[in-house]
Structure formats: structure tokens, C-alpha cells
Design a protein around this ligand. Structure first.
Ligand code: TUI
Length: 311
């Protein structure tokens, strides 16, 4: 890992916390930023007013830079795009689409722009718009995903653009950092491991489910409708998969999905909640402060590098 990413982010470590909708609030973002990474407030569940309040709260909790993730399927995106400019947010990441029309305005406001992409095509388009870096996210990740694994995606994205590539999907320890650095990544984004951070405000049932889940416990729903989402399997997920097999429409599936992420995060509803998490959840086994997670991951990575690649 090199200094290209830390100089863009203004951080000690080349690490971004995933922009997890409903999950990543000012408390998680400030804890990650205070721990030496770049914390993100996820605006996926917010309107402009809520996002502004959350940014202002984060400023009382950290004097380090933090960012905002804008999930482009959120209908409030135009007002959110304006709020990050007015609030002079340091970094904006985007997900679940192309941020094309917003990039110029953000760059003119001095914001570092880092879209999350899941294919080489979008990576190239983003570079041509003048973004600062991309997060290339493999389909091991939780939530809304693309089609390609981290292992296959990272080297292909690295070869097709010149801006830094930050790897995401399946990274939760120092071995993951070492692996993606060998593939050419200049930084990492971590979501699932921060779900079980002390400062993460999700329901305790969600944290326990992540800790308990094994390698094979996640499922992807919504592939047929073109919106694949990875969650830890439960009654909701199995119902959705059965409906999908029967050829249910996107609208039918959507009716069941609506509000399910909030039910997981806020109520810990084990039956009707959608517990988004990556395949690496099987490796996550304890609740730790965000700073400890970050330091442990990079210490492990340094040790691997020192030993010439082995642990
Ligand atoms: O955005 C994510 N992950 C997310 S967003 C989210 S919120 C949600 N809630 C309920 C249902 C569905 C989503 C949960 N997880 N990751 C970044 C990401 N972006 N992964 C894949 C993509 C992506 C996919 C296709 C980006 C662009 C794209 O195509 C755009 C184009 O125009 O080519």
C-alpha cells in the first residue's frame, strides 16, 4: 500500500469504512476517523436535512476528515448532493449507480470524489470525468453488489485506469489487505468488520448474527430483477428466494424488502429484517473498538509483508 490514498483521504491509513445505509452514522464515522481511517456517513437512508444534522454531529465527535456516501438509488440524491457541497465535506463516495452529473459540481467545491464501481466499464467512465480514485467492490461484499469477485475485479480495474484503486469486498483482516495489495490496490474499504465495532449503533441482534454466521451463511436475492443484494440468510431471505424462483415481479419483491433494512438495524427483527453483510462475516468473531480493528488489521498486514508474504 502506498501514500497515494492517504494523501487523498488525509488519513493515517489507506482505509475507508463502507458507506452502509442505516448503519453508518456520525458515531461510526467519527470512531473510524479518530482511529486513523476515513469514516463515512451513509446518506442512503437520509434526506438533506437529516444528512446535514449528521455531518454537524460528526464534526463535534472528530476533528479528523470524514466523508459521506451517497447511494444513488435514494430519491433524495439531488438535495444530498447539494448538502455535501454546502457542508464542505472532505470526501464523497457513491454507490449503486453512476454519479456522472454530480461529479463536476463536487470537484468544483474541492471535494474528493471516489465512486464505488463493480466493473471496468464504469471505472473508465469515472476516470474520464476526473474523479480522484475508485473503490472497486467485488461481489463478496454485503448489500447491493455487482457480478465479479474481488480477486478477478481488482487487477482488471487496476490495468484499465491510472487513478488509485481501493479494493472492497471480502477484506476483514491483514491477509485481505496483503492480498489486494498484491493485486495492485492502493487502499481498502471495509464494511462488514465495522458492523461489530463497539461504536456501531446497530441492534445487538445484528452484531450477534454477524459474529455467529459462517462462510456459507449469506445469500444473494434480487438477481433476476437486476438488483442483487447480499444478506445473511434468514426467513425473509428464504421467502424472497422462493418468490424469485416462482418468477415474482420486481415490485412484489420490493414490497417485502421495503423497510427490511431498517427493521434489521433498528429493531433487530430476526425474521423480517434484512441483515446485509459480506461473505467475510464468517471471519468476524468479536466486538472491538474501531481503532483496535484498524490497528490490528494493519499490524497483521505489516507482519505479513515483513515475512515476505507469509503469515
Ligand atoms: O451501493 C453499494 N452497496 C449497497 S447500497 C445499499 S442500500 C439498499 N437498500 C435496499 C435495497 C438495495 C440497496 C446496500 N448496499 N455498493 C456499491 C456498489 N455499486 N456495488 C455495486 C455498485 C454498482 C452497480 C452497478 C455501481 C454502478 C452500477 O452500474 C451503474 C452504471 O451506470 O453502469
Amino acid at each position: 500500500m502506498n501514500a497515494r490514498v492517504t494523501s487523498i483521504l488525509g488519513t493515517k491509513y489507506p482505509l475507508i469504512q463502507g458507506g452502509m445505509a442505516w448503519v453508518a452514522d456520525a458515531y461510526l464515522a467519527s470512531a473510524v476517523s479518530n482511529g486513523g481511517g476515513l469514516g463515512l456517513i451513509a446518506a442512503g437512508s437520509m434526506n438533506g436535512e437529516l444528512l446535514r444534522k449528521e455531518i454537524q454531529l460528526a464534526r463535534t465527535l472528530t476533528d479528523k476528515p470524514f466523508g459521506v456516501n451517497i447511494m444513488l438509488m435514494n430519491p433524495c440524491t439531488p438535495e444530498l448532493a447539494q448538502v455535501v457541497i454546502e457542508e464542505k465535506v472532505a470526501v464523497v463516495t457513491t454507490g449503486a449507480g453512476s454519479p456522472g452529473k454530480y461529479v463536476e459540481g463536487w470537484k468544483a467545491a474541492g471535494i474528493k470524489v471516489i465512486p464505488v464501481i463493480a466493473s471496468t466499464g464504469l471505472a473508465r467512465r469515472m476516470e474520464s470525468l476526473g474523479v480522484d480514485a475508485v473503490v472497486a467492490e467485488g461481489c463478496e461484499a454485503g448489500g447491493h453488489i455487482g457480478e465479479i469477485t474481488t480477486m478477478a475485479l481488482i487487477p482488471q480495474v487496476v490495468d484499465c485506469i491510472s487513478i488509485p484503486v481501493i479494493a472492497a469486498g471480502g477484506i476483514a483482516d491483514g491477509r485481505g489487505i496483503a492480498a489486494v495489495s498484491m493485486l495492485g490496490a492502493s487502499g481498502i474499504q471495509v464494511g462488514t468488520r465495522f458492523l461489530t465495532s463497539t461504536e456501531c449503533t446497530i441492534h445487538v441482534n445484528y452484531k450477534n448474527l454477524v459474529i455467529k454466521s459462517r462462510d456459507i451463511d449469506s445469500r444473494v436475492t434480487g438477481r433476476s430483477g437486476g438488483h442483487p443484494v447480499r444478506c445473511i440468510k434468514n426467513a425473509l431471505v428464504m421467502d424472497l428466494l422462493a418468490l424469485e424462483k416462482k418468477g415474482a415481479t420486481f415490485e412484489e419483491m420490493e414490497t417485502i424488502m421495503v423497510g427490511s433494512l431498517r427493521k434489521a438495524v433498528k429493531n433487530g427483527d430476526m425474521k423480517e429484517g434484512s441483515f446485509m453483510a459480506g461473505q467475510i462475516a464468517g471471519l468476524v468473531s468479536e466486538i472491538q473498538p474501531a481503532q483496535v480493528i484498524i490497528e490490528e488489521m494493519f499490524a497483521e498486514y505489516e507482519e505479513i509483508i515483513k515475512n515476505g508474504g507469509s503469515i
